[in-house]
Design a protein. Structure first.
Length: 205
């Protein structure tokens, strides 16, 4: 097993969280290096693509969260071997990247009215679309998991997005949006959330 060090921000969420969970579930040993947000401006210029997460593999850096997901997913048995199932897994992870990119600009809005309008537009537009379409895809693929009939890194990405939506942390996005638009994604969330390795991870972090 290679020596792994994941560098990401010091909170339980965001793009790097699926990387952490995949290694925890797959029993892949790694160093969980957490960077306080206050240190990021100083560190950012020296980081590849000036973005986190970054995974060091025996000292070599690999960037991009979904590339890391595929790598650690293969190590831990959470990424499909079958090419079609792998494509299904990638499709969902890329969809999650798309919807995350739509959210990120609203995180830096200081004007409250501007933020309200932007978040309400997200809830009624992209968030509604992605929730409904993801719910339909999940149903088409058996109703439990998004690829390979089992837990994969794709499920972790959706799990974390739904958790964020339902947490109330996003001002002006209704907490019950997922419950109303895609109840099967709530069932999926609860299924993933009850995985013993995830329960154990969050009990420790």
């Amino acid at each position: 097993m290679p020596k792994l060090k994941l560098t990401y921000f010091d909170f339980n969420g965001g793009r790097g969280e699926a990387n952490r969970l995949a290694m925890a579930i797959g029993n892949v040993p790694f160093e969980d290096k957490r960077i306080p947000m206050s240190e990021w401006p100083e560190l950012k210029p020296g980081v590849r693509f000036q973005a986190l997460p970054v995974l060091e593999i025996d000292g070599e850096e690999i960037a991009q969260s979904n590339a890391i997901n595929r790598y650690v997913g293969r190590l831990g048995g959470l990424y499909p071997d079958d090419p079609l199932e792998a494509a299904r897994c990638d499709e969902i992870m890329d969809a999650m990247e798309d919807v995350t990119n739509k959210l990120v600009p609203t995180l830096f809005l200081s004007d409250e009215e501007e933020k309200r309008k932007a978040r309400e537009a997200l809830a009624e537009g992209p968030f509604k679309l992605y929730l409904e379409r993801l719910g339909k895809v999940l149903e088409e693929r058996g109703g439990e998991y998004f690829a390979d009939g089992r837990l994969t890194v794709a499920d972790l990405r959706v799990f974390l997005w739904v958790r964020h939506l339902r947490s109330g942390a996003l001002d002006y996005v209704p907490k019950d949006l997922t419950d109303r638009l895609a109840p099967n994604l709530v069932e999926h969330f609860e299924r993933v959330n009850s995985h013993p390795a995830i329960v154990d991870w969050y009990a420790k972090h």
